[in-house]
Design a protein around this ligand. Sequence first.
Ligand code: VAH
Length: 315
Amino acid sequence: MEERIIILGANGQIGSELAAALRTKFGAPNIITSDIREPKSLAEEEVFELANVLDKDKLKSLFEQYKPTQVYLLAAMLSATGEQYPQKAWDLNMNGLLNVLDLAVELGIQKIFWPSSIAVFGPNSPKIDTPQYCVMDPNSIYGISKLAGERLCEYYHKRYGLDIRSIRYPGIISWKTEPGGGTTDYAVHIYFEALRQGAYTSFLSENTELPMLYMPDAVRGTLELMDAPAEQLTIRSSYNLAGMSFTPTDIAKEIQKILPNFEISYSDNDPRQAIADSWPKRIEDDYARKDWGWNPSFDLEAMTKDMIENLKSTI
Ligand code: VAH
C-alpha cells in the first residue's frame, strides 16, 4: 500500500526537515504538511493544510480526507517558552498528543511518530551515561509534558495496539530553520552569529555540557526507527538517542579552527541556565543501537564544518 504521511507542526525546525526527507523518500504528493500558519514557501507539487492540533474536529476531517498511513506529530511548545506560558505548553503538548492518539485509534492509522526529549530527565537523573530507565524528575513544564506523553504512548500501544514510535531527542542543531523557544538553541544561534557578527554571547555558561544531535542524524535516525520492523522494538515510551555532547566552550573552539577571529562571551542570570542544569550531560542509547541499529554520523568537528559551509552560502 502506498504510504501517505501527514506531518503536524511541519513548519518547525524538525518538521520542515523531516518533510523534505519524506518527500524525497515517498514523493511530494504523498506528504501532507500542516501547521497553524502558512509556510514561508511551498513548491508546486507540495501539499499544505492549515490545522491546529488542538482542534480535534479539524484533525479528524484532515485524516478522513487524506487517509494517512502515518502521522508525525511535531507541534509542541519547547522548554524555554513553556516556562513563560506553562498552561499553554501543557495544553498544546498534552491535548495535541491525546487528539492524535485517539483519532489514530478511531481511524486505524498504521503508524505514529511523536518526539520526546532528554528534557524528561531531571535533577536526580544520572548526569553521565543517562540510561533508558532511571529516576526521571523533570522540573520544566516541557519535560513534565514529555514524560507524561511517553506514558500515554506506551499506554496506547499496550491498550489499543497503536504503533506509535518515539525518540528522546537531544538538542538538535540545523542551519535551514532557526529554532524557537528552546534551551539548546544557543548551539544553533552561535553559528549564525559567528558568520554575521564574528562574535556571540552565550546564554548558557561556558561549562554547560548538553547532549546534542546534528539534524541530518536526527532525520536519519527518525526514519530508521519508523522503518524498523515493529517486532524489533522493545521500547514504546521513547528511545534514548545520543549524537554528541559538548559545552559552549567546546563549540567556540571548533568554530575558531575555521573562523580564528570568532569571539564568545557569556551572559549570566538567564532563566534557561536552570533548565539546562537540570538535564543530563551525556546519554546512553544502547536500546536504540540494539533494537534498530542506531549509530550517529556527525561529531562536533564534522557538524561545525558542515554548518559553516552551508551558512556561508545562505546568510
Ligand atoms: C529545547 N530543543 O531546548 C529543545 C530540546 C533537549 C532540548 O528538547 O527545549
